[in-house]
Ligand binder design. Structure first.
Ligand SMILES: C[S@@+](CC[C@H](N)C(=O)[O-])C[C@H]1O[C@@H](n2cnc3c(N)ncnc32)[C@H](O)[C@@H]1O
Length: 358
């Protein structure tokens, strides 16, 4: 079994198979978050106070690269500017945006986007400062009592690691045999559920230390309507088994491949937040992934953009074999195929708007 740290990052931003061009599903989730972010901004800015500049610190967790990387922070900045304009406020406004992801992320792309974003706001009476914060959101990332708003889309369903009991007991997740996959499902789901609970509880504790009292958090992640879904991406067994049957990858390596992600239901998420206790829940929403976004081709390309680095690292295959991965997945998910039903049903986005308790 591979002992190296799993390489968790999206495909580099540019290029046909890159995350920038293949993140339409994630982009839709961000649109649902924008009204909640606007609501936070309107409530937090103390306009008409001329003594001190209105200032805010906003952080995005798991920003990745490409256009989605700045989408949430820029909607927060837009909301602040719009609100100030509507209130006819002339006071100074200072906003600091901080973008976080793991160190392997394409931060060159993010840095260029931050510079253009800064330039685009120069002439409108806003001091916008920016920063990149590499590191895991399962560790402390910011000083205590520092952040006013934390946003995060499509990232918090990534767990800190694969559940240890699955790895150490060598329980395969993507077995070819559907009967075996079904039989193991309760055990696998329970292991992932516990991992997610442990991780999300830690994340809430850490962020509560970094937010100011009354600070806000608006997050959205892949989830599930019920417990049918092991990870949001159980369809990945289709192309991986095809690659194994063609001898492109070995069955043994397939049996030791795990994705560190778990999509919670809204009920589970609510329970974890309430049990941890640092945050008040203002609102939770569940959105199904819309039909056009789950077209076989779109889903297959999104899955490649997200999973390719982990697949290449684990199986030691070349990027060319991922063209076949996309073709197989697309073909097997089209109507009339037994796996078509995997396209619909359980995949949802779960979002939450939270306030740090005083
Ligand atoms: C699917 S992308 C989402 C990007 C963007 N927020 C969006 O909505 O399109 C998930 C990102 O989360 C990052 N990520 C996963 N686990 C992380 C962790 N423990 N700490 C920081 N970033 C993490 C990944 O590297 C990846 O860039």
């Amino acid at each position: 079994m591979a002992t190296t740290q799993q390489r968790l990052c999206m495909n580099q931003a540019d290029g046909e198979a890159g995350y920038a061009r293949n993140s339409a599903i994630q982009n839709a989730a961000q649109s649902w978050m924008k009204p909640a972010i606007e609501e936070v901004l309107i409530g937090s800015l103390n306009l008409k106070s001329t003594d001190v500049p209105n200032s805010m610190v906003i952080a995005d967790l798991g920003c990745s690269a490409g256009p989605n990387a700045l989408a949430l922070v820029s909607s927060a900045v837009d909301a602040a500017l719009h609100h100030r304009h509507a209130a006819n406020d002339q006071g100074s406004l200072e906003i600091r945006v901080l973008l976080n992801d793991l160190p392997d992320n394409d931060f060159n792309d993010v840095a260029k986007r931050l510079v253009s974003f800064q330039q685009s706001t120069q002439s409108i009476g806003l001091l916008l400062t920016t920063g990149i914060v590499p590191g895991s959101f399962y560790k402390r990332l910011f000083p205590s009592n520092f952040l006013d708003l934390i946003v995060s889309s499509n990232s918090l369903h990534w767990t800190s690691e694969v559940p240890k009991e699955l790895k150490s007991n060598m329980i395969p997740l993507y077995d070819e045999d559907e009967g075996l996959r079904r039989a193991r499902r309760p055990l696998v789901i329970q292991a992932y559920r516990e991992q997610f609970r442990k991780d999300f509880t830690l994340l809430l504790k850490l962020r509560a230390q970094e937010l100011v009292s009354g600070g806000r958090m608006v997050v959205s992640m892949l989830g599930t309507r019920d417990h049918m879904c092991i990870t949001p991406w159980n369809t990945i067994f289709i192309p991986l088994n095809d690659m194994a049957s063609r001898g492109v990858i070995s069955r043994e390596m397939l049996d030791s491949f795990y994705l560190p992600m778990y999509g919670p239901s809204d009920r589970e998420l609510r329970e974890i937040i309430q049990d941890e206790g640092s945050f008040e829940i203002n609102e939770m929403q569940v959105h199904p992934v819309e039909k056009p976004l789950t077209a076989p081709n779109t889903l297959a390309r999104v899955m490649r953009a997200v999973a390719e680095p982990m697949i290449l690292q684990h199986f030691g295959v070349s990027s060319d074999s991922m063209d076949e991965f996309v073709r197989t997945l697309e073909q097997q998910l089209t109507p009339g195929n037994p796996y078509h039903s995997y396209l619909t049903g359980y995949r949802v986005f779960v979002s939450a708007s939270l306030t740090r308790r005083f």
